[in-house]
Design a protein around this ligand. Structure first.
Ligand SMILES: Cc1cc2nc3c(=O)[nH]c(=O)nc-3n(C[C@H](O)[C@H](O)[C@H](O)COP(=O)(O)OP(=O)(O)OC[C@H]3O[C@@H](n4cnc5c(N)ncnc54)[C@H](O)[C@@H]3O)c2cc1C
Length: 253
């Protein structure tokens, strides 16, 4: 493997959220700089072969360590092994970050309302963005809608509350909307496209999608991304291209 392409980092901590979900932190080389919302390419050796996957960075660009939030795919070449990670283990980190799911991509419309819509581990880039003061200064309203299947999979809730307390004091008005699709008693339990079509998401957020004022970011399951994109287009919103437009997306597979 190319030593020029990767640095070898050390796992510092591991947190298990559910049988199929965990987070971990690792050392960050001082030369590894990124913008909130970007992803890293990380790798592990499996039977002598380096397997590398894209991972959105959870930590903020100002943190000294790197944090990631991972699914476990039982048959997955990478995560079936990564799930056994423990402090002290080593991980390859590609030296450059990637990706354009960043707030810098928006020039028009001007920042006003920011909608961050995630399924599962697609929450990761949004936690990074929310730990950047600039995000809170730029926008008047921030809505974070986070869709999971079960209550157990609803990770990072304490962190989200902490972030709101720290960053929200003098910044944007923040609304956190957890969605639990398999819980009939959850306040919101339909999939994101349906919640947009029905108007329930806007009602809960007390905010309307608006072509003149909304930036909407979608991250996670490709089917959610596709269907949500269509639901938003029906509301008049357009894809963000070359700085102009409302909707920006990242598919995880
Ligand atoms: C830009 C980008 C950023 C990503 N960021 C993350 C991240 O922050 N956290 C993360 O866990 N994964 C992330 N992924 C997915 C990640 O790269 C791997 O696909 C994932 O780790 C599974 O790897 P695997 O080899 O075990 O299975 P793969 O062979 O890569 O995937 C097998 C199948 O597992 C399912 N799957 C893959 N990823 C996920 C997921 N995240 N949630 C639910 N089902 C999934 C899909 O059905 C996929 O076809 C990202 C992908 C991209 C393209």
């Amino acid at each position: 493997m190319s030593e020029e392409k990767y640095t070898l980092e050390t796992v510092l901590s591991v947190k298990r959220w559910a049988a199929n979900l965990f987070s971990f932190t690792m050392t960050r080389p001082s030369a590894f700089r990124f913008t909130a919302g970007q992803f890293a390419r990380i790798g592990i050796q499996v039977e002598g072969e380096l397997i590398v996957r894209a991972y959105s960075i959870v930590s903020s660009p100002f943190d000294e360590t790197l944090e990631f939030f991972s699914i476990v795919v039982p048959e997955g070449a990478f995560t079936s092994q990564l799930q056994y990670l423990k402090p002290g283990d080593q991980i390859y980190l590609e030296k450059i970050p990637y990706g354009f799911l960043t707030l810098a991509r928006y020039q028009e419309p001007a920042p006003h309302d920011l909608w961050l819509l995630a399924t599962g581990t697609g929450l990761a880039p949004f936690i990074s963005m929310l730990q950047d003061f600039e995000t809170w200064q730029k926008y008047r309203h921030i809505v974070l809608a986070y869709s999971v299947r079960t209550q157990q999979e609803l990770a990072y809730v304490d962190r989200i509350n902490e972030i709101q307390n720290i960053f929200g004091e003098n910044g944007a008005e923040f609304c956190f909307l957890p969605i639990i699709t398999r819980d009939p008693f959850a306040k919101l339990n339909h999939r994101l496209p349906k919640l947009i079509e029905s108007g329930d998401l806007e009602q809960e957020a007390d905010l309307k999608f608006n072509v003149e004022s909304s930036h909407v970011m979608l991250c996670g399951n490709p089917q959610m991304v596709e269907d949500t994109k269509e639901a938003l287009k029906c509301r008049g919103l357009i894809m963000n291209r070359r700085g102009v437009g409302n909707i920006a997306v990242e598919n995880y597979w």
